[in-house]
Design a protein around this ligand. Structure first.
Ligand code: UD1
Ligand code: CA
Length: 459
């Protein structure tokens, strides 16, 4: 364990988001904004995490679960007041505390580490993580005198001269606990926003003759705070690029990073090629040597090795090795394809198992079905699984051959090696190796069409 503990500030409403959701629950790369901060701090080895919650506290608590401790800040009186709210959870022995904002999700674990190492080496009472921004608007500025940090001034309280400072406060700090505890009691809300600013702790410590330092994050992009929807989109772009470049480093080909959307928890095996306009979401796992896309949208699914997925939507499905899917297939939750399965165009599958080497090549709905190995399902087949009240299962055994345009009215079973004539509506079980034909017999009337034409000509 490196730190005693960490405080994550997440009680604010996020007024500038103009949202029903608390700010820290807005999602980036498929995860809550605050989850990035929590994971980053956890990677440092911090065990005790205290989230300060307030606005829609229950929502935040529900989203994060019991992995962290909570301090409830009933009224959001400022970041200093938020830290004060967390103090009863902290024991003196814990020594040093890391304070981070729930709205800076891009900070990397190595940057937290840099801050911590610097803080410890310098034996400072406070070290703030700063950054140099080309456009510092909106952030607190780090004010130095003769190179030393003397205070942080908020945008709204800054003089024109201070506004021209490009070194900003990232909202991430290490504090010596004892010094912090004392300084917090001295905060006043005498500022433009009438709030108890955590940032004022720094000038208080300086006035007490204590050591206050700033360490700079090399990549200023990391330190971006998200206060608005446009910043949310900017951060999304940064995270997306990070993920895509990491995957390319790991041996995955991404044809067009600009049109590829891969969420943070997705994993992909080597030599897989991701074609443009592809979305990989949630906890999706893709094997190696696959070709995914163009235009695949895959969520929470597991895809084996050597699979092709072309222009397909897939949700909570699992796909075995060497399957061929699409174009234009829709694999819905509970779809389980074994190895070497072919699913073709305009096929929808839901809650069904499909055995090895089986084929569903075109225009078919398979729902609530158990399909064996080496089965061929003809074009236009429909499992009629729903009578308006209940769902029923269809069972198709190994090597069965379902003729085109068949309706399988569930519950029904097609035996091993059985065949069904095209256009049948099957309502009864078909015995193994049998043939079922369930359609009107064809009637041919010789000369009928010619007679009809003649009648019309005579009119
Ligand atoms: C804050 C800093 C600013 C810094 C910026 C970095 C202060 C006074 N200002 O400004 O110097 O450049 O972050 O992104 O600290 N929060 C609470 N309770 C409150 C108020 C806020 O928990 O009473 C939480 C918010 O939920 C948020 C974080 O603290 O996660 C920061 O608050 P926010 O209002 O976004 O501060 P900024 O104006 O961005
Ligand atoms: Ca902020």
């Amino acid at each position: 364990m490196i730190f005693g503990c960490a405080i994550i500030l997440a009680a604010g409403k996020g007024t500038r988001m103009k949202s029903r959701l608390p700010k820290v629950l807005h999602k980036l790369g498929g995860k809550y904004m605050i989850e990035y901060v929590i994971n980053g701090v956890r990677e440092l080895g911090v065990e005790k995490l205290i989230a300060v919650i307030g606005h829609e506290a229950e929502m935040v608590r529900q989203a994060l679960g019991e992995d962290v401790l909570y301090a409830v800040q009933k009224e959001q009186l400022g970041t200093g007041h938020a830290v004060l709210t967390a103090m009863p959870h902290i024991r003196e022995e814990e020594g040093q505390v890391l304070v981070v904002c729930g709205d800076t999700p891009l900070i990397k674990p190595e940057t937290f580490k840099k801050l911590w190492d610097f803080h410890r080496e310098n034996k400072a009472a406070c070290t703030v993580l700063s950054a140099f921004l080309p456009d510092p608007a909106g952030y607190g500025r780090i004010v130095r005198e003769e190179g030393r940090v003397v205070k942080i001034v908020e945008q709204k309280d800054a003089s024109p001269e201070e506004l021209s400072i490009h070194e900003i406060n990232t909202g991430t700090y290490c504090f010596d606990l004892k010094s912090l505890r004392k300084a917090l009691t001295l905060l006043t809300p005498n500022n433009a926003q009438g709030e108890y600013y955590l940032t004022d702790v720094l000038s208080i410590l300086v006035s007490q003759g204590l050591k206050v330092k700033a360490v700079t994050a090399e990549d200023y992009q990391e330190t971006m705070g998200i206060n608005s929807r446009s910043q949310l989109a900017e951060a999304e772009k940064v995270l997306r690029e990070r993920k895509i470049y990491q995957l390319m480093d790991e041996g995955i080909t991404i044809i067009d990073p600009a049109s590829t959307y891969i969420e943070q928890d997705v994993t992909i095996g080597r030599d897989t090629v991701i074609e443009p306009f592809t979305f990989l979401r949630g906890k999706t796992i893709i094997g190696s040597e696959c070709i995914i896309g163009p235009e695949a949208d895959i969520k929470d699914s597991i895809v084996g090795n050597g699979v092709n997925v072309n222009r397909t939507v897939m949700i909570e499905a699992s796909v075995g090795d060497n399957c061929r899917i699409g174009p234009f297939a829709y694999l819905r939750p509970g779809t389980k394809l074994s190895h070497n399965v072919k699913i073709g165009d305009f096929v929808e599958i839901k809650k069904s198992n499909i055995g090895e080497h089986s084929k569903v090549p075109h225009l078919t709905y398979v729902g609530d079905a158990e399909v064996g190995k080496n089965v061929n399902i003809g074009c236009g087949t429909i499992t009629c699984n729903y009578d308006g009240k209940h769902k029923y299962r269809t069972i198709i055994k190994d090597r069965a051959f379902i003729g085109s345009n068949t309706n399988l009215v569930a519950p029904v079973e097609v035996g091993e090696g059985a065949m069904i004539g095209a256009g049948s509506t099957v309502t009864k079980d078909v015995p193994p190796d049998g043939l079922a034909v369930a359609r009107e017999k064809q009637v041919n009337i010789p000369g009928w069409a010619a007679r009809k034409r003649k009648q019309q000509e005579e009119k």
